[in-house]
Structure formats: structure tokens, C-alpha cells
Design a protein around this ligand. Sequence first.
Ligand code: ADP
Ligand code: MG
Length: 485
Amino acid sequence: MSWDTVIGLEIHVQLATKTKIFSGASTAYGAEPNTQACAIDLAMPGTLPVLNKQAVNYAIMFGLAIDAEIGQVSAFERKNYFYPDSPKGYQTTQLERPIVGRGNVEIQLADGSSKNVRIHHAHLEEDAGKSLHEGNFNSNFSGIDLNRAGTPLIEIVSEPDMCNAEEAVAFARKIHGIVTSLGICDGEMSQGSMRFDVNVSVKPSGSETLGIRTETKNLNSYKFMEEAIKREVERQIDVIEDGGTIAQETRLYNGDTKVARSMRSKEEANDYRYFPCPDLLPVVVSDEEVAELRRNLPELPDARQARFVEQYSLSDYDAGILSSDAAMAKYFEAVTSACNNAKLAANWTMGELSARLNNEDISIANSPVSAEQLGGLVTRIADNSISGKMAKEVFEGIWAGEGSADDIIEARGLKQVSDSGALEQMVADVLTANQAMVDDYISTDEAKRKKKLGGFMGKIMQASKGQANPQQVNQILAQKLNDLL
Ligand code: ADP
Ligand code: MG
């Protein structure tokens, strides 16, 4: 029996406002616990929330970017539940009248096709604090850090339109690209600025009825999302094929230990007793305000992709990758302007640099290799000063903080020899010193000669301590041997 997978995402995006959604406390990341929680965030009796206008504008900008209906009157509600890191005893959120209504997001897939994912809505809400579990053998304790309490979020809810992990990841990346391009979120996933909840179900192939879904919460990397989806799909199919049924539940996936487990059952709908928040007036947005925000929307990933193809003659695919992330796009353009070679700049940004950043889990905005430095390296590759192999060594040097490409080439004596006179001499010397190899080459039949070239190349590169320009040596060598036949 074959199965179809159905996936819908709920994405929490932290808005990059300076202060919280209902208070003037700072939202900066990484401060000492509880130094950025004011009386409102602590839910002191008698305090009243004041809505942050910037958060509302950011949410509207997101709505405009996905062609959504903007809720001209939206309203806040209280979602009641107990959580140790939420002193109010409820979350202020939106339910019946969200700020952003139905919209659409187009995703590109590896096979070149694209697909539309419908957005059900996006609403404004506040984040909770954090429970910190610390301790050692002798003492274990949990503390509450309320610095994050009241940080503005939009929660983006998709329709169940994705049918495998690749599509879900492409969608997540696209949302990341949109919110970072808009500048409404810093996109730092490792700091929790974007968190993904993945709803997954399976159904017999072709069936119209959706299966029962589980929700895996709080994934904050694309890799973990992909793993979590693949494992959950397998688990559900196993359960059903063994005659069982799927329990509608909330699950957790630990990307470090690769362990997935159930967190809580969702079989009976939670009764959150939503009701309109009496402390906050409905949010009314005028046509003029929306029009003003629309006029000032920055360049979005799709438009940037088209521009990259046009301006830098990149392939659709390369332009798509480079424009999908605002920080990556900015980096690429800075490398290009430093070296004037878009193709090589694209290759190095997407290749060596991205691979290294991924490996070390560093975002491109915090890259130890600056765009100017990478541009300097690309310049030396393009003008043949260094070979591809040397370039990797130079890149390592820049990464390790040894300075610019030119500094490292100088310090390590890495200059490539491209002077044709010097190379001619080098090749001639190697041929003279290896007469037996030359005789063997001449007496071999033509079909097998090609293979023997490698032996000469090795000796010449060795003689030049790896500094001879290999393309040039190849040409000179072929010419000289040909002359001997
Ligand atoms: P709830 O009201 O319980 O939160 P929603 O209908 O709002 O449920 O859906 C929450 C998320 O789950 C949405 O992203 C939606 O696309 C997704 N979803 C709903 N049904 C399914 C299903 N059968 N399989 C996979 N995802 C689903
Ligand atoms: Mg929901």
C-alpha cells in the first residue's frame, strides 16, 4: 500500500522591534536573566498594556508581501493557560480577527518546478519567558527568565499544502527570506527568532480524507525539520500498517540526540477560554496607512532573484539560492562589487563559504570571512595569481583570521607561476630529467598516451612546489610531447 504525506506549518516569527509588544522593555537578545522585564511583563496588578505600533506595521508588511487581505480591524484576545514562564496566566494573542488574512507563498523546488502554498492567516501575539534548568549532582534548580516575555511575534499558519520534507523546508526558507528581506525579523534561528511547528499526517495514496495529524513543536533548524518530518512519516505509516491508529498529539524532536517523543495528547481540544482582551482596543488600520507601508516595501526575494539573473547573468537556480536569504544576498553583492566577477563570487558564496558556515552553525551575517575579504580572494583566483587548490588554503587562512588574501599569499609564498617562459623551462627540465618516461610515452600507442600525461604533470607540479598554473602546464606539456612524436 502506498501513502501520501500531508504537512502544514505554523511558524513563530519574532519581530525585530526595539521594545516589547505591550511594554517599553528592551527585546535585545542575550542579556542577564530578568534585566529586561518591566512591571507589565511581570503582570503586576494595575499595569496596562500599550500596543507597539511598529509591531503592527511589521505584521502588515508581512501581509502585503504575501498578497494577503489585511485585517483593517483586528482584535486581541486572551488565551488562558498556566505556564510557569508566563506570569499573566494567559497569552495575549489574536483568534477571530487576525491582522493578516489569507495569502499565498510560492516555493521553488529542486527539480525546477514551483508550487503555491496557501497561508490561512497570520496573527500578532506575545512570546512567553523561558524556564532555565540548571544545576549539577548536588543541586538541581529551575529558574524563570522573563526577558523574552512580551516579545512581539507573528504566528504564520499555512494550509496543509505541502506533501514532503523538501517542500516544507523550501516553504520555511521562503518565509525566512521574506521576513528578513522585509527587515521585520533578524532571522537568527539559533537564537529562536524563528521557530517552526510541523503538522504531519499520512493517508492512503489518492484518498480525499486527511489523516489524523501530529504536531512537532519548536524546530529551529531546517536540518532538524527535515529529519523530524521523515521520521514522523515513517512512524505513522508503521503504526497504521501494524493495525494501530495515530493519536492526535503534540510531539518533540531533539535534533542533537535524534530522539522523538510525545509531549502531550491533543485528543480533547484544550479549552483555552479565549475572550476579547478588555485592556486593549481593537486595532484599526486605515487604507492610507496600508498604502504607505505598501509604497515602502523593500525588495522581496522573488524580485531580487529576477534582478540577479538580469544584472549578474546568474542562472535561475543560483540567483534563487543567493536571493532567498537577505543576508546572503547582501553578502553576495558586496563580494561581487569587491571583485567584479559575479559568477566566481556566486560560486564561492554558495560553495566553500556556505558549507563552512553551515558546518560551524554560524549565520552569514556573522561570517568570520568578510565579503571584502572573499572579494579579495576571488580577485586573485580570477587573475590567475593562485590556483583553485591554493585558493582553498588561502580561504582557510582568512577564516582563521590571518588577514586578507594578499597578506596570506605573500606570507605563505603561495603565488602561482603563470609566466609562460618560466613554465616552458620547467616542463623542458622535467622532460630532460625523465628520458625513460619520454621514450615510453613515444612508443605507446595513441589511445593510451593520454593516461601517461598525468605522470608528467605530477612531476612538474612537484618541481614547482604546487605553484605552476596547471592549465598552462597542461598545454605546454601536450605541445612539447607532441613535437617529439
Ligand atoms: P488547530 O485549530 O487545532 O490549531 P488548525 O486547523 O488551525 O488546527 O491547523 C493547524 C495547522 O495544522 C495548520 O498549519 C494546518 O495546515 C495543519 N493541518 C491541519 N490538518 C492537518 C492534517 N490532517 N495533516 C497535516 N497538517 C494539518
Ligand atoms: Mg491553530
